[in-house]
Each structure stands twice: as structure tokens, then as C-alpha cells.
Design a protein around this ligand. Structure first.
Ligand code: A2P
Length: 341
């Protein structure tokens, strides 16, 4: 039987995703008995609101997880690598938003609309990984297409919001934009390698020797793991754009069996978590500013790729902090308490 409430720790509570964890837990009425907010020593002693009351932020320590049952982590890969095992050891199930654990073979990587059954594998190490934001919003609409027509290849270009790089990254975009518009020239680029205001940077996360970025490899490897299909070929170009919330993606797919754009629209309209917005004659297509604050993945510009026999192009947009991060993690937590805890 489901318990009345669970003890939940939020690690990285003061960050962009951490704050969204806190608001989505309340919005969705997640059954919380006790809440604990954890962050670095920098913000220990400050307060965050929980159900109308102020709760003090505590410094994350090895022994922070006593009596905790669920720990939602979004405090960077290094912090997850170090502290998730302490939480798991203390008996909490960790749902981790960083890339630290995603590709460990015995740790499940879950998007609830795609592979909810993998939540059961939390038992291996008491850790569940939340995928990369760009990957999550791409695999949701691709799942029903793959089930129907088998996707052979994906070519994706992303247009990613600054919130994906955290609060300081959004501040950098804001301050640079204001400074330029006030005629003072750009402020120094600290979070990003170059000026982000009025620019597009083909550089997200670090570069590897093969010329790809880590973000691009995340999209390749995580897609295969979530879809349980190593045969899907994926290639990505990830670009940071001066948007605060909402990642957009131009997705090109080739399928084994032919699907018409109408068939794709129908498949997507019937799939949970997807909204089709596709009426280009009336200028209707998904937009980052409309997706911000919403739960669904929005898909439009669905059209045939005439350069190949079985190709489809589409434009996929979602709130990267919600479906791309905090919401997906809390949906995983909902499956966990519904079925397993
Ligand atoms: P703090 O606010 O104390 O720095 P964002 O992704 O928006 O930059 O947020 C990162 C989150 O991770 C913040 O809550 C930040 O806390 C937290 N964090 C960063 N480094 C650590 C650390 N070493 N230990 C605990 N929390 C950390």
C-alpha cells in the first residue's frame, strides 16, 4: 500500500533545477512527509519556501541522508559522484539529474513515457539517472515512431536555452544583454566560452578529440540506452542560443518503414506527454517561449524529407528545466512510490 508521505531530500536546492524540483513537488502534490534542502556551504543557512513556510538550506554532508527515502540530486556531476553513494547507502533512492551515473550499465536511465519499466532496476544500486535534457525531449516523440516504423538514423541540431547551464548562465545572458543595450558593450563571458547575448555558440559541455562535444555524445549514447536499441544511428550538433527557458531541436529521422507526415501526426497526437502544434499556414509551430513553464513536449513542422526514401523532419520544443530535468525526475519518483516503495 502507498504510504502517506516520504522523506525527500533536494540536493542543489538553490539551483535552477533544484528550485523547480521544489515547486513541482508542491504543484503535483507529491506525498512528502519531511523535506530537506541541501546545497553547498555558500548557501547553508539561507531559506527556501516550502508550502508557505521557510525551510533552512543545510550544507550537503556525508551524513545528510539519515532517514531520507528519496533524494533528488541536481548539484553537478562531481557532487553526485561523491554524495549519491552516501544517500544510497543510507537507504534513500537517488534520482540524479547529472551525467555522473547515466551510462553505468547497472543504473537505469529513465524517461517515464519511454522506458518506465526500467525504474525497477533502482534496486541494483539505489540510483536512477535522469537523462540529458536534449535527449529527454527528443526520445519522447520518437518512441511511438520507433515502435511503429523502427528508426534507423537520427540527425539532430539543438537550439538550447541558457538555463540548461544553470542560474549563473542565465544571469550572464541577462547582464550581457542589458549592458549591450545600454551601449556599454558586452560584459565578460565567464560561464560561456564566448559572448552569449545576440549569438549562437556551437559548444555545449567539453570537446572530445573526435571534434564532438560531450553534450553531443550524450544524445547519441543516452538515446540508445533509453530506447534499448544500439542499432539506432544518432548524430548531433548542440548549439547554445540566447534563450532563457526552452530547448528547440530540428530532428531528422529515417525509418525502416515509410510513414507519412499525417501518420506521424496521428501517432504523436495519441502519445502521452506530446502536443502536436502543426499548422504552418497560420504560423502555428512550437516555440520556446510558449513551452516554458509547460509539462509537455511540443512537436510541429512535421514534413517529409524528400532527400531520402523514408525520411521525416520535425521541430521539437520543451521546457528544459521541467520535462528536460525536474519534471522527468519527479515523474520517475511517482512511478517509484506507486509501484516499488
Ligand atoms: P549553492 O547555491 O550553495 O552554490 P545551478 O545548476 O543553477 O548552478 O545550481 C547548482 C546547485 O548545486 C546549487 O544549489 C548549488 O548550491 C549546488 N552545489 C554546487 N556545488 C555543490 C557542492 N559542492 N555541494 C553541494 N551543493 C553544491
Amino acid at each position: 500500500m502507498k504510504k502517506e508521505g516520504y522523506n525527500v531530500a533536494v540536493v542543489g536546492a538553490t539551483g535552477a533545477v533544484g528550485r523547480e524540483f521544489i515547486s513541482i513537488l508542491q504543484e503535483r502534490n507529491f506525498p512528502v512527509k519531511n523535506i530537506k534542502f541541501l546545497a553547498s556551504s555558500r548557501s547553508a543557512g539561507t531559506y527556501l519556501e516550502w508550502k508557505g513556510k521557510d525551510v533552512m538550506v543545510e550544507e550537503l554532508k556525508k551524513d545528510s541522508f539519515k532517514d531520507m527515502e528519496i533524494a533528488l540530486f541536481s548539484a553537478g556531476g562531481g557532487t553526485s559522484k561523491k554524495f549519491a553513494p552516501y544517500a544510497a547507502e543510507a537507504g534513500a533512492v537517488v534520482i540524479d539529474n547529472s551525467s555522473a551515473w547515466r551510462m553505468e550499465p547497472d543504473i537505469p536511465l529513465v524517461v517515464p513515457e519511454v522506458n518506465p519499466e526500467d525504474v525497477a532496476l533502482y534496486k541494483n544500486r539505489n540510483i536512477i539517472a535522469n537523462p540529458n535534457c536534449s535527449t529527454i525531449q527528443m526520445v519522447v516523440p520518437l518512441k511511438p515512431i520507433h515502435d511503429k516504423a523502427k528508426i534507423k538514423r537520427i540527425v539532430v541540431a539543438t537550439y538550447q536555452a541558457t538555463s540548461g547551464a544553470g542560474k549563473k548562465a542565465m544571469d550572464e545572458l541577462f547582464e550581457q544583454t542589458v549592458s549591450i543595450l545600454n551601449g556599454k558593450g558586452p560584459t565578460e563571458a565567464k560561464v560561456f566560452a564566448h559572448q552569449i547575448a545576440f549569438n549562437a555558440l556551437p559548444h555545449i559541455d567539453v570537446f572530445f578529440d573526435d571534434g564532438y562535444t560531450k553534450e553531443e555524445w550524450k544524445m547519441v549514447n543516452e538515446t540508445k540506452k533509453i530506447m534499448h536499441d544500439d542499432s539506432i544511428q544518432v548524430t548531433a550538433t548542440c548549439v547554445r542560443v540566447p534563450v532563457f527557458y526552452g530547448h528547440s531541436e530540428a530532428v531528422n529521422i529515417e525509418t525502416e518503414e515509410k510513414l507519412t507526415p499525417d501518420e506521424v501526426r496521428k501517432l504523436l497526437s495519441n502519445f502521452p506527454g506530446v502536443v502536436v502544434e502543426d499548422d504552418p499556414k497560420n504560423n502555428v509551430y512550437p516555440l520556446a517561449i510558449n513551452a516554458a513553464g509547460k509539462d509537455e513536449v511540443f512537436v510541429g513542422r512535421i514534413r517529409e524529407d524528400f532527400s531520402t526514401p523514408n525520411g521525416i523532419n520535425m521541430w521539437v520544443v520543451a521546457d528544459n528545466i521541467r520535462k528536460g530535468a525536474a519534471l522527468n525526475a519527479i515523474q520517475i519518483a511517482e512511478i517509484l512510490i506507486e509501484k516499488y516503495l
